[in-house]
Design a protein around this ligand. Structure first.
Ligand SMILES: Nc1ncnc2c1ncn2[C@@H]1O[C@H](COP(=O)(O)OP(=O)(O)OP(=O)(O)O)[C@@H](O)[C@H]1O
Ligand SMILES: [Mg+2]
Length: 486
């Protein structure tokens, strides 16, 4: 698409290219109808030729549009111009976490630090938790799908959509997996049914990448490693923080934290534990106890709480990567990473005998996690591990995770009904009404629009008076009336 082109799809003035992913280009555009800046993502032309792809995409866009959260990039609409489908979404003036990492490495010769990760983890985990509560999973969390705006807001983007495009291309081109493998969970690689815990894995892999300067498995037989090996701990990062990351990347979904918020809390607690000495000093002002007694009470409290929480919950994770034999025995045949005991042991031997030319041992691959002044310190955007997946050695059968009975099923029609309410808009004089960026009609009185409970953005566009935004909260099973006298 050429910059300065008159009008794209009869509505958008194209401004400049914002970036390019494996699936197409993203442009900054001016929505002439709504009079606002938007980001416009042009999808690969193959999509327009495939009716199933179009249907999948429509479903995914309509699901993504239900999400309304301050830390999720809002999806406006799906459109078509000639041979191309495109998606319009909220424009974020800022950079992705991948770009930020590259900046840090180039300018300061370092990766993200734990406290920086903890700061950005809160809004990301909040957003993810919200989406999971709406029973929506992202399926493609990675540093380039998280943005930090110029005013410091953290935004998660490409919910569901990025993955559906890649799955479609994979089906059309008959390539097993299209896209970056680095952050994919084992169950996603195996093509199993997914639930929220696949996002927890990808988020842990993302944080690992940001702190290590490269993904958990960055080269060689990445698919094999994701299924059978644990990443090397990140040098210079505490054991507990590493343990929390490893637990997030456990092979079996049921070994991971059950929610994004829990994952966040574990990260925070592991970091606080490391800084325990500073915190006891802060509490010196407490009245009524001598300093010695205060330290004892506080120390006992902190120790019992943290040890109870972290050691029990996270110890398993890091013992796996340390491969302590005692843990394997205690767990009656299954390691926390989800590989059967005998399997793990036999895999260790197989690691050495596999003759894949791309394969290296985990040790050699991960030996340069931290940027060092002696080593190359100009990372640039790292090439994503290949889109053509190396074959798993035939003598290694991956352990399949059985579908879990406690995984919440997708919302049924009945549940959706329960969670939905109605919006009645009566603009006067008649104007064009948009709800969450989608045109609903042009009249003085619109029928009741059924919407999922939660906040929604209503925009009125009047030729005479310009556009106006109003935010309404839709309550489940009730009707909200909005009238707009200009
Ligand atoms: N809503 C947006 N606002 C501002 N910039 C954006 C927005 N969406 C994408 N970008 C920019 O466009 C770039 C390309 O995004 P895109 O989603 O196409 O690729 P990706 O996520 O890096 O990779 P892929 O889609 O291949 O997995 C991003 O890195 C970012 O710089
Ligand atoms: Mg993206």
């Amino acid at each position: 698409m050429a910059q300065g082109e008159k009008k794209f799809a009869g509505r958008y003035q194209i401004n400049r290219k914002l970036g390019e992913g494996g699936m197409g280009e993203v442009w900054l555009a001016h929505d002439l109808e709504m009079n606002e800046e938007i980001a416009l993502k042009i999808l690969p032309s193959e999509i327009a030729l495939d009716s199933r792809a179009i249907q999948d995409l429509k479903n995914e866009v309509s699901i993504a549009r239900r999400l309304s959260h301050p830390n999720i990039v809002r999806v406006h609409d799906l459109g078509r111009e000639g041979d191309y489908y495109f998606i319009t979404m909220e424009y974020i003036k800022g950079i992705t976490l991948l770009e930020k990492l590259v900046q840090l490495r180039e300018r300061e010769n370092r990766n993200f630090q734990v406290d920086e990760i903890i700061k950005i983890a809160k809004p990301i985990c909040d957003a993810l938790d919200y989406a999971h509560q709406c029973r929506i999973i992202h399926r493609d969390i990675k540093p380039s799908n998280i943005m930090i705006s110029e005013d410091g807001k953290v935004k998660l983007m490409d919910f569901g959509i990025a993955r559906v495009v890649k799955d479609t291309l994979s089906r059309i081109s008959q390539t097993r997996i299209v896209g970056t493998l680095s952050y994919m969970s084992p169950e996603q690689i195996l093509g199993e049914p997914l639930d929220a815990r696949t996002d927890i894995y990808s988020l842990a892999a993302t944080f690992y990448d940001l702190m290590a300067g490269k993904p958990p498995f960055a080269s060689g037989a990445v698919e094999y490693q994701i299924l059978h090996e644990m990443p090397k701990p990140i040098p210079g990062v505490s054991k507990l923080v590493n343990a929390v990351l490893m637990k997030g990347m456990a092979k079996k979904p049921e070994e991971r934290p059950v929610s994004a918020i829990l994952f966040y809390e574990q990260l925070v607690k592991s970091e606080q534990y490391e800084k325990g000495v500073d915190r006891t000093l802060k509490i010196e002002k407490t009245k009524g106890l001598t300093n010695k007694a205060k330290y004892m009470v506080i120390g006992a409290f902190i120790t019992s709480f943290l040890i109870g929480f972290l050691v029990l919950d996270s110890f398993n994770g890091w013992l796996l990567w340390k491969k302590e034999p005692i843990v394997k025995e205690e767990l009656s045949g299954t390691t926390p990473g989800g590989i059967e005991k005998q399997q793990l042991e036999s895999n260790e031997t197989k690691d050495l005998t596999i003759t894949d030319t791309t394969k290296k041992t985990a040790d050699t691959e991960n030996s340069d996690q931290q940027p060092s002044k002696d080593k190359e310190s100009k990372p640039s955007i790292r090439p994503a591990p290949t889109t053509v997946v190396p074959t798993i050695p035939p003598d290694v059968t991956p352990i399949l995770t059985p579908a879990l009975p406690d995984v919440p099923p997708p919302l049924t029609q009945k549940e959706l009904e329960k969670m939905s309410g109605y919006l009645k808009v009566s603009p006067s004089p008649p104007t064009t009404v948009y709800v969450d960026g989608v045109m609903m009609g042009n009249s003085q009185r619109l029928g009741a629009l059924k919407l999922l409970g939660g906040p929604h953005k209503v925009t009125l566009v009047s030729q005479q008076y310009g556009s106006r935004n109003v935010y309404v909260e839709i309550k489940a099973k009730s009707t909200t009336n909005v009238s707009f006298p200009y």
